[in-house]
Design a protein around this ligand. Structure first.
Ligand SMILES: Nc1ncnc2c1ncn2[C@@H]1O[C@H](COP(=O)(O)OP(=O)(O)OP(=O)(O)O)[C@@H](O)[C@H]1O
Ligand SMILES: [Mg+2]
Length: 303
């Protein structure tokens, strides 16, 4: 495990890669500036097959910027971005997709009134018959969608129902199964559980694990350390655009991860401030030591 300020980029990736498999996607000291705004700086990350890499961070931490670089929407302005060991500079999401990097956005690009099977094939419909009288091969699309969803353990009563009638968790699951079917090697999920309740979140977490078991490298973006810890193999915490923690599962406990997300030192300062405010009983709040507890080795001071 490494913490911000202690170890520069390259060694972080050693932690994130499993011993045997080579990472599919790797960032080495990567960063991105939007004009004068430095949204991301010195971030290293490796995404390997059959592993779930969780990227955690508060609002504005740089999570979306990170996935925009990997999914080809934006280009990094510092460091390296490698796919299969080769440096890349994607200029469109199509190029990322061609390398097997698929992104499922929270607002899901689905057409709510269209049936489930139709959404499954949206933009890549199966056709039959000779040109120029090619027609949609509805029967084959329905059958394939059904088989693929079942293979992921997703059982829907009726694939003809409009996708808008499914629950949020089910819709995310269909999007995951779709990415798997269309040959994704890396699946990026941008806060897939953010708008969901406990039960629905569980549904999505289950399919994240299913995608991993089918050999995909999954990047799971979330605010929620509990969700991350349920399926994650590696945890990267971003804060103000830099990586403040990069640890594999055996190096960090859920409590430690939660502390990192909560910003232990900031909470301690807030507690101190609250003590000045009449009516707030700070003794009821957790001890500062609990909030600032270091993770394994104490994080060193950052500049
Ligand atoms: N297109 C842009 N132009 C200028 N600044 C940007 C742009 N996109 C993001 N930023 C800035 O970069 C920083 C990181 O933003 P980013 O959207 O990556 O954070 P995030 O972790 O995804 O946050 P959230 O949890 O709110 O989605 C923020 O300070 C944001 O204002
Ligand atoms: Mg975001």
């Amino acid at each position: 495990m490494t913490t911000n300020g202690s170890t520069p980029g390259a060694t972080l990736t050693k932690d994130t890669a499993p011993e045997d498999g080579k990472p599919i996607v790797e960032l080495r000291g990567a960063g991105k500036s939007y004009g004068n705004v430095r949204a991301l700086h010195g971030v290293s990350l490796a995404v390997s097959p059959s592993r779930v890499t969780c990227v955690l961070g508060d609002n504005g931490a740089g999570k979306s910027t990170l996935i925009k670089i990997i999914s080809g929407l934006h280009q990094h302005t510092e460091g390296e971005f490698l796919v299969d060991g080769e440096p890349v500079h994607f200029t469109t999401p199509r190029e990322a997709l061609d390398k097997g990097i698929a992104t499922v956005y929270q607002d899901l690009a689905t057409v709510p009134l269209m049936p489930v099977w139709r959404n499954f094939f949206l933009g890549s419909e199966m056709t039959k018959g000779p040109w120029p009288v090619r027609r949609l091969d509805i029967a084959r699309m329905k059958k394939t969608a059904d088989e693929e969803l079942r293979a992921m353990g997703i059982v829907l009563d009726d694939l003809d129902q409009p996708i808008g009638t499914l629950s949020g968790g089910q819709r995310q699951s269909v999007a995951i199964a779709r990415a798997v079917y269309f040959g994704a090697r890396v699946l990026i999920l941008d806060e897939p559980t953010a708008a969901l309740g406990v039960k629905q979140s569980g549904v999505v977490l289950k399919y994240i694990a299913a995608a991993r078991d089918r050999g995909l490298g999954v990047i799971f973006i979330t605010h929620n350390p509990h969700h991350a810890y349920m399926v994650g193999d590696h945890f990267s915490v971003l804060r103000l655009g830099t990586m403040e923690l990069s640890a594999s599962r055996d190096e960090v406990s859920l409590e430690e991860l939660t502390n990192h997300m909560a910003g232990g030192a900031e909470l301690a300062a807030l507690k101190h401030e609250l003590a000045q405010v009449r009516g707030v009983d700070v003794d009821e709040l957790p001890e500062e030591e609990d909030l600032t507890a270091p993770v394994a080795a104490a994080p060193e001071e950052t500049s």
